[in-house]
Design a protein around this ligand. Structure first.
Ligand SMILES: [Zn+2]
Length: 178
């Protein structure tokens, strides 16, 4: 998934577990891999291959940077400024950082193994380095559903740390609290 989704969910996990920082950090880190299993839109890692135009690579880097900044901005604006919230947000984004580092250090064994695992977890993706087709990546899932999964995670996460905001935008969220 794109970074903003991971950062926001990491922050939500910290909000639920403010007194268990270690557990919150571990869950935030694991949440990255769990989210990546679901169908989603993703940055094109293909754009980093040497034969691709540099402008495509640059645009992808700008996109990643904007997502990261916007994710941080959202948690600065919407959460109660707690160190654990930022730490969990960053830890939740860490697997994608390790994946990006693999492009910088292609020979590093740990980064290579992590890259393989991270790509394999993208069950519904066939363009991210998974050569063998499986049942899931043969299902054609439209971008509508791939975007919707990410919107759901963002809305649920924001609901966790700022319920009033979500209730103002989606009134049906407040039904359960009446
Ligand atoms: Zn990822």
């Amino acid at each position: 998934m794109i970074l903003i989704v991971h950062i926001i969910l990491g922050a939500a996990i910290a909000t639920i577990l403010p007194n268990q920082p270690i557990l919150a950090l571990v869950l935030a880190f694991l949440s990255h891999y769990i989210l990546d299993v679901f169908p989603h839109v993703e940055y094109s890692t293909e754009n980093f291959k040497p034969d691709r135009k540099k402008i495509k690579e640059l645009l992808t880097i700008i996109h990643i940077f904007l997502d990261f900044t916007f994710g941080l901005l959202l948690i600065i604006l919407l959460t109660n400024d707690h160190l654990l919230i930022y730490a969990c947000g960053l830890v939740a984004a860490l697997p994608d950082t390790l994946t990006a580092l693999k492009y910088l250090f292609p020979k590093n064994k740990f980064l290579k193994a992590h890259y393989k695992f991270h790509q394999a977890i993208h069950l519904f993706d066939d363009q991210n380095g998974i050569k063998k087709p499986n049942f899931f990546n043969q299902l054609k899932i439209s971008n509508f559903w791939r975007v919707l999964t990410q919107i759901i995670v963002i809305v649920v996460s924001v609901f966790i740390f700022k319920p009033t905001l979500v209730q103002a935008i989606f009134p049906f969220f407040s039904l359960g609290t009446l």
